[in-house]
Design a protein. Structure first.
Length: 129
């Protein structure tokens, strides 16, 4: 029988990692009630690489009152995510971080609120059951 490998919830891992470092809410959805500034992180796919490596592909969105604030938030998160490579976070080994798309100015079409977006790949190690 093949070995059973379980991978961590990378969205929650990154939310837990970023929350203490940011002065804004971080989650997978727009908070209700909606604050003026916040960050969302959503996994949109990514394959398993070998037996124990999950290559999560993630999209980040940064909302703020002004474009300059959203851009600064994007750069701050960018620095934190890129610093993860080779680190152990909450017991999870992060092997590699890749930027698929750097910060891009993309105002929210529904609210008109300033928003930046960005995409990363984060490779993490799974654990055997």
């Amino acid at each position: 029988m093949a070995e059973l490998i379980v991978f961590p919830d990378v969205e929650q891992l990154l939310i837990d990692y970023l929350t203490p470092s940011l002065a804004v809410p971080v989650g997978t959805a727009v908070p209700n009630p909606r604050p003026t500034s916040f960050v969302t992180v959503n996994r949109f796919g990514g394959p398993r690489r070998g037996l124990v490596v999950d290559d999560a592909q993630l999209g980040f969105e940064y909302w703020a009152e002004r474009e300059s604030q959203a851009a600064q938030l994007a750069q701050l998160v960018r620095a934190h995510i890129n610093a993860l490579q080779g680190q152990r976070v909450n017991g999870v080994q992060v092997y590699r971080v890749r930027e698929f798309a750097g910060p891009a100015n993309l105002p929210d079409p529904l609210s008109g609120q300033p928003r930046y977006v960005q995409q990363f790949g984060v490779q993490v190690r799974g654990t055997a059951l």
